[in-house]
Design a protein around this ligand. Sequence first.
Ligand code: FAD
Length: 335
Amino acid sequence: MRKIEIIGGGLSGLSLGISLCKRGVPVRILESGNYPRHKVCGEFVCGVSSQVLDDVGIGEIFTDARRHRRLEWWIGDDLVLKDELPEEAIGLSRYCMDADLAELFQSAGGELITGTRAGSEDGDGRVWAAGKRKRGGKWIGLKVHAKNVSIEGLEMHVGRRGYLGLSGIEDGRVNCCGLFRINKNVDKKNILASYLKANGLDQLHEKFCQWDIDESSFSATAGFSLGAQQSSGAFCVGDASLLIPPFTGNGMSMAIESSWLASPWLEKFSREELSWLDACSGYSSSCDEYFGKRMRLAGGLHPLLFNGAGRSLLRWSALSGLLPFGFLFKQLRSR
Ligand SMILES: Cc1cc2nc3c(=O)[nH]c(=O)nc-3n(C[C@H](O)[C@H](O)[C@H](O)COP(=O)(O)OP(=O)(O)OC[C@H]3O[C@@H](n4cnc5c(N)ncnc54)[C@H](O)[C@@H]3O)c2cc1C
């Protein structure tokens, strides 16, 4: 059988690796970092079905993870929506998740090479799972864990030019993760607190400054663009293919789902039943069909958060009970 080489051992690369091992396909993953390690991520998974998790073969890593049913949505200092989530969300840090997946991949027989950055050349049997590819964008993502905070479920706090999500994860910790428009004037030393202040999230800023922050969990990523990332012809899964805006989307679910969609095509290529070109184009059509609707909807809704009129509309519709929250939530997580 032909070997598959996956560049990037994040959620999509490891999920794909595990799924291929289950199908008897020889796989090698090249990962530039080491495990465990922190990553910028809201650290709640929502939308991927248990059927897909089981098909991919990674359901077991979520067995003991925290589950969330409640959501609070704040715009500025006002609570505009407090509701039950239409589906349970899983709260688990990437620090644990990716390390557990790496172990699972190796125990399934996969070859994992860490501390090795791959070059950018494409080739038959080479899959890109290396995260965001489109650079030069205006976004910065920041995340850190807090230790003495108690929240009920998930919280989203929307400011003028960005937002922060809070999600309970393992060991009673709360993950604080934000996406903001890059602002060159913020204080780089207390960067997350400064972004909260600069975005008019005053109450949250005050609370955040009281929290016991685990500085070693801090991570940041800047200068990326949202939306389609893929260069034509390459076989890409997860963020390397499509980066859905985090507030309106569920990038981790899409990372797992894209690996689930990719596996049968790669298996056929590995068994020499399909050419590389046919595997690439077959997979690309299944992605368009599976993710097209949610990418278009997320791309349409996300800009509303970043202008005054859009936020006023969302605030008014949420407070008056007219925001079809459950409907939008489901549409953003289905094909
Ligand atoms: C601010 C923010 C908040 C988010 N919050 C959430 C959330 O709450 N819920 C959710 O579902 N999604 C969220 N997401 C999206 C989610 O984090 C991503 O969709 C998910 O991490 C995608 O996984 P991936 O494996 O494709 O990429 P990544 O997790 O980025 O993994 C890519 C891997 O490739 C490695 N790599 C890169 N280049 C190379 C190379 N050349 N050679 C070898 N290795 C390489 C990297 O080290 C990394 O380990 C958020 C994203 C952002 C920016």
